[in-house]
Design a protein around this ligand. Structure first.
Ligand SMILES: [Zn+2]
Ligand SMILES: [Zn+2]
Length: 155
C-alpha cells in the first residue's frame, strides 16, 4: 500500500480460523489484555473471540489499546503483543515520527503512552549512536579531567 500511514506491518500467515469482535460495556471489571490496566464497570471495551488450532480464546482490549491497534497497525496483529510490536517498529524507524494523522487517531491516554515510548526510544537510540559512533569519546566528568591534568603535571 503506497499511501498507507501504518507503523506496524506484521508478516502474518497464521490467522485464526474464526474471529469475532464486538464492543461491549463492562458489567464487571476486566483486565485489558494489552496494557493490563483495569477496565472498570460501565467502561466500553472490545471483546474478541478467536478459534485457533481447535481452541477458543477470548481477548478483552481497552479502547486506548484498541485505538493504537487501529491507528498504527496495518490490518494484522497478535493479541497481547500490541505494545511490544509497536515498540519494535518505532525503534526501527526511530528518527522519523509517526504521521500526525495516526497520532491524532489515538485516545488521549494512548497518545501519552506512545509519546512516552517514542521519547524513551529516542533517548536510547541517540545514546547508542553516540557511543557506537565514537567508541573512544567517553565523556569525562570535568572533575575527572581536572584530576587527570593534575596527575599529568605532577609527573
Ligand atoms: Zn489497554
Ligand atoms: Zn496500513
Amino acid at each position: 500500500m503506497s499511501n498507507c500511514t501504518c507503523i506496524v506491518d506484521i508478516d502474518f500467515n497464521d490467522a485464526a480460523e474464526i474471529s469475532t469482535s464486538t464492543i461491549r460495556k463492562a458489567r464487571k471489571s476486566h483486565e485489558c489484555c494489552e496494557c493490563d490496566r483495569e477496565i472498570i464497570v460501565g467502561e466500553h471495551y472490545e471483546e474478541a473471540t478467536l478459534l485457533y488450532d481447535g481452541s477458543w480464546d477470548r481477548y478483552r482490549t481497552c479502547l486506548d489499546c484498541l485505538s493504537v491497534r487501529s491507528a498504527m497497525f496495518c490490518g494484522c496483529w497478535y493479541y497481547t503483543h500490541t505494545w511490544e510490536e509497536l515498540e519494535e517498529s518505532l525503534r526501527e524507524r526511530w528518527e522519523e515520527l509517526p504521521p500526525s494523522s495516526a497520532m491524532m487517531a489515538l485516545t488521549p491516554r494512548a497518545r501519552e503512552m506512545v509519546c512516552d515510548m517514542i521519547e524513551k526510544i529516542w533517548e536510547e537510540e541517540t545514546l547508542k549512536e553516540e557511543t557506537e559512533g565514537n567508541p573512544n569519546s567517553i565523556r569525562l566528568d570535568p572533575r575527572d579531567q581536572a584530576e587527570n591534568h593534575l596527575i599529568n603535571t605532577t609527573d
